[in-house]
Design a protein around this ligand. Structure first.
Ligand code: NAD
Length: 492
């Protein structure tokens, strides 16, 4: 049974849901709004204001005006504010989880069990880094008194995708705030709810006006205006490589530092000495997590030929048993895809893959869920065949994987590295020497051993090649990325 809406959630989505600028809710100047759609029903949940360059202008001006006050607080004062934010996020965790599931279609057990608490932990992590960071680093240079003085940049712009709106917001924005920058956020127009709710909670605890601003809108209108704004001193974009390249080009032209966290086509190399049952369980979990809409997940399974058939058979059993259903149903293990567009994209990829000769090892089915007939449900699938297939080469972003066989270790590594993506791969073997050897050879920001989708604060996460550049997230380096070094020197 899908649970009813919590009172705070019901109240919040009654709206009006508007932009959060200078500590206040503002409609779009031209009155534009759009529907926020519940992927579990296909119906509108509420309307949200849709902004463009005028709202971005107002938000950047507010962030600029707030910058001096925020940057000159002591790190300890900023840390206290962020800890207060973490406490209120934790207090409202159930509301946030419901909003995230309602908006993204994410199974509520996942929003509650992972997304929301992990985000709270992230706020605390960066709040603590702010206190322990070195803002003046003395330089031991002959005949000179010299130091690097580290200061925040100013207004930082953030553009996010729809798959993990809340966690990506925290991973992106908190290091910037902790370091003393002010921020303007453009969430995905598909999933704006938790971003706006975080703004609402920040306002409630007395976050200074203008330090956090959020403008909802399309990429073409709000996203491009934010990227090109001359007062934005640093940009961060998370999303597809195609749009990332456009954002990077504009930043390059304006000589603005930019972080790009982009798509992936993660591989899992599985040797013949693994425990078949537990590996099958984990691979099935990897492609059903967030309905397969995970940039780094394992979507190419490169399996040793000796265990290929058995592992595929066991994984199929696990995938068939996954309970697909409405996001707010506590029995649901995998919710719907985020939108009709995404459902069509995934089914079209699978159709094209089979037209190109892939074998459907497990066929996907669009599901009609009683009481939720308009929802975007699709069961998990597996394809196999040659590695030049479109489903093996491109990011499908749904609950599906492409299966390949290998005999020789070097051939497997070669296969992993044959694409231009480089976000995350995994190697599975009980021979840890071999696992580390392969992990080092796979070209990506992240190589995981006997697991996939491994996240922790302090463990840097970022992409190589087509999967991103400019720093990554979740580590002390991320915090340092939001401080600009300035050398101060006096010859003696
Ligand atoms: P997308 O690139 O279509 O959109 C991302 C954001 O960019 C949205 O907010 C969108 O409105 C905005 N945008 C679109 N056009 C723009 C423009 N011209 N200028 C500025 N902004 C613009 O991606 P999506 O479909 O929302 O998300 C899925 C993609 O995100 C996948 O490729 C996935 O792998 C990637 N992703 C990467 C990471 C990571 O950490 N590497 C994390 C999550 C998602």
């Amino acid at each position: 049974m899908a649970e009813t809406l919590r009172p705070n959630v019901a109240q919040f989505i009654k709206g009006p849901l508007q932009h959060f600028i200078n500590g206040k809710w503002r409609p779009s100047k031209d009155g534009a709004t759009d529907d926020v759609v519940d992927p579990s029903t296909g119906k509108s949940i509420c309307k949200v204001a849709m902004g463009g360059s005028e709202e971005i202008e107002a938000a950047v001006s507010a962030a600029q005006a707030a910058f001096h006050g925020w940057a000159t607080k002591t790190p300890n004062e900023r840390s206290v504010m962020l800890h207060r934010l973490a406490d209120t996020l934790e207090k409202h965790a159930a509301d946030l989880a419901q909003l995230e599931s309602l908006d993204v279609g994410k199974a509520i057990v996942n929003s509650e069990g992972f997304d929301i608490p992990f985000g709270v932990e992230g706020v605390r992590y960066f709040a603590d880094l702010a206190v322990h960071a070195h803002y003046d680093i003395p330089l031991g240079i002959k005949n000179m008194e010299a130091r690097v003085h580290r200061v925040p940049y100013g207004v930082c712009g953030f553009i996010f995708p729809w798959n993990f709106p809340y966690d990506l917001l925290i991973w992106g924005v908190m290091p910037a705030l902790a370091a003393g920058n002010t921020v303007v956020v453009k969430p995905s127009e598909v999933t704006p709810l938790t971003t706006l709710y975080v703004c609402h909670l920040a306002a409630e605890i007395g976050f200074p006006a203008g330090v956090i601003n959020a403008v909802v809108g399309t990429g073409q209108k709000a996203g491009s205006a934010l990227t090109a704004h001359p007062q934005v001193k640093r940009m961060s974009f998370t999303g597809s490589p195609g749009v990332g390249r456009m954002v990077g080009e504009v930043c390059g032209k304006n000589l603005k530092p930019c972080k790009l966290e982009l798509g992936g086509k993660g591989a899992a190399v599985i040797f013949d000495d693994v425990d078949i049952n537990s590996t099958a369980e984990k691979l099935a979990a990897a492609i059903t997590l967030n309905t397969g809409q995970v940039c780094c997940t394992a979507t190419r399974w490169i399996i040793h030929e000796k265990i290929h058939d058995e592992l595929v058979a066991r994984t199929k059993e696990k995938l068939k048993a996954v309970r697909v259903g409405p996001a707010l149903d506590r029995q649901t293990q995998m919710g719907p895809l985020v939108s009709r567009v995404q459902l069509e994209r995934v089914t079209r990829y699978i159709e094209n893959g089979t037209k190109e000769g892939a074998t459907l090892l497990l066929e996907p089915q669009t599901l009609r869920v009683t009481g939720h007939e308009g929802g975007f449900y699709l069961t998990p699938s597996l394809l196999g065949g040659s590695s030049d297939n479109i489903c093996c080469r491109e990011e499908v972003f749904g609950p599906t994987a492409y299966v390949l066989k290998f005999k020789d270790e070097q051939a497997a590594v070669h296969e992993v590295n044959s694409l231009s993506y480089g976000l995350a791969n995994s190697v599975w073997s009980s021979d840890l020497k071999r696992a580390h050897r392969v992990a080092e050879q796979m070209i990506a920001g992240n190589s995981w051993i006997n697991a996939h989708n491994v996240f922790a604060y302090g463990l840097p996460y970022g992409g190589a090649n087509l999967s991103g550049m400019g720093g990554g997230v979740n580590s002390p380096e991320t915090f340092n990325d939001y401080l600009r070094g300035q050398t101060i020197a006096r010859p003696l």
